[in-house]
Design a protein around this ligand. Sequence first.
Ligand SMILES: [Zn+2]
Length: 744
Amino acid sequence: MRPISAVLLLLTVALQAADPTPSLRGYSQSAATTEIQWEKKLRDMPDTARLRENMRRLTARPHHVGSPYDKDNAEWIQAQLKSWGLDAKIEALDTLFPTPLERSLELIEPVKYKAKLEEPALPEDPTSNQKSEQLPTYNAYSIDGDVTAPVVYVNYGAPADYEELARLGVSVSGAIVLVRYGQTWRGIKPKLAAEHGALACLIYSDPRDDGFFRGEIFPKGPMRPPFGAQRGSVLDLPVQPGDPQTPGVGATPDARKVPLSQVTSLTKIPVMPISYEDAEPLLKNLTGDVVPEAWRGGLPFTYHVGPGPAKAHLHLKFNWDRKPLYSVVARIPGAKFPDEWIIRGNHHDGWVNGAADPVAGASAEMEEARALGELLKQGWKPDRTIIYCFWDGEEPGLLGSTEWAEAHDRELKQHAVAYINSDGNGRGTFSSEGSHTLENFVNSVIKDIQDPETGMTVWRRQRLTDISRAAQERKGEIRSRADTRIGALGSGSDYTVFLDHLGIASVNIGYGGEDQGSGQYHSIYDDFYYYTHFMDTDFAYGKTLAQTGGTMVMRLADASVLPFQFTGFADTVRTYIAEIKRLATDQRAQIKERNAELEDGTYTALADPKRKTVPPSKEPLPPYVNFAPLDEAADELTRAAEGYERAFAAAGDQAPASVNAKLIQSERVLTDSTGLPNRPWFEHLIYAPGYYTGYGVKTIPGVREAIEQKRPAEVEQQMVRVAKALQNEADLLDAAAKEFAAKK
Ligand SMILES: [Zn+2]
């Protein structure tokens, strides 16, 4: 802990003293007093020595899906939960999970090089030598393949990179695409490469992105060494997470399994991750144009696009077995409202030893569960049922959470109030993304959590950080808004099925930013040695995460009226609509200008006749869009949200708990069972991972992506669906407000 200045300390004490009457949204004053006392007890319990021991135990050996230590960890977590008095079960399901049988990559022209495809053990790092148990470097759910072809470099392999490549007159058709990690989620890279006609895809870690360009390399520092490679899933997650053989249903023993030949969420071409040490000979042997400036990495030579003369041979073959998933689920029955469930989760499986990802989060979640067990012994009883989940199989494709939630989908739709997720954790400021109906709630909780480094509240530290990082024109808005905004959720962790498929209000939480993390992401070096040398080395933020998650769970479980708040949500929806309008206007203006430049001969004037360049083609102007249906629905939502807020305030201590049945449905009504275009599993109409960004969120995705992907006929059709969902939300809030009035 850093020394706190005397002024800051005085200020903190003064602020605390200035709040004599306890108040928590959804609690009567006496209930708030009791709740605050219990919450303080919870926050005193997480223990950094235990967090360290949890991590040492869980990361002692590789623990990926199907490995002996993955099962061993699940059994140990279950035994720990039981020893704390919790009713914990292992819920086993199974899944398709391919592991490599053969992997080889050779440069065959103009020089020969055989890729090592291996991360060596390091003497400093005691668990890096467990080779017989480590999964090799590979991308899970790549298809088998044997390809010999010239190499083309396509930067991050994002949509804009292919447009740029077309300008240079280079095609990837029939080629092996070499791209670097970063910017887009990795699964998008082979997807786009295949759409452009490539035969295979190699993804390497450029030192500019997470190697020596950023900082000292491991083991001297935290960044990725030359031979480090990033494992990871390339399952088509933005279309269908979970077991590829049981789409939409839980992978129970009697579930029908789609034959492997008919599975649709695998890649279309073989793909493999490599280190920059293995990528260097390929990159060095490319000629053709020098790459655009933004495409240049950190290696000490000039990057060229190709194609060739580098010609490579890639061979991949996998074992396509089904493997067991061992998720651990513990229930604390609610005393008053047992049929209303608060769900908390973090995955326990890793790619290898998995310390930062996921054990930093999982060991904090365990400390929360231990603290709740302790409170139960002291006489605390939650009003609602609390479910603590430790998921298996997150890394390959959100498998454990997705299959469990699909297996229990009806009960969850009926009973689930909210889902709180965490994953990796580090040192630094708080970040959270999630349902904006919980934005005010998240703010209320982090006002009661102390940041271990500065001594100020987590809320204050995050807010000041936000203001300092924001663009000049946004600073005032952040300062004047009562709640700090939370981000929207895309995908990339276990909240996906809860929010996007089932419409359960969800929040993802974590700490980070000061640890230079991600340098060992998904490598054999993300282990206890690395974490305790370079990440949250004293587990201060592990403790803070446990305090944050535990307080959220308790406060949701005990509130008499659920602390959902809708004016902030309505305000956020308006910002999304404004963004989409701007997108449509900008896109129209850009196409118009480009068409004019093409007619003017601008491209001919600018082109160097001694180099090959290809002008873009003329595009039809997209029609003007009438956004009135969305604007009207947003007005209705704002009106209803304000009405609910007034009725809630007027009801005061008399607010009836019966209103909760409606509040629980407030996220459900934002979904539509027919789902998004081309991906029916994704039912939420406000939040989704981008079809071409992967983890990155697209808000109001139906409308936004129809514009981005230039399908004008779809825009108004999608807008009608979103408007209807917003209207349904407004109707629900009107009915909830009436319930307050009726009981008065
Ligand atoms: Zn993770």
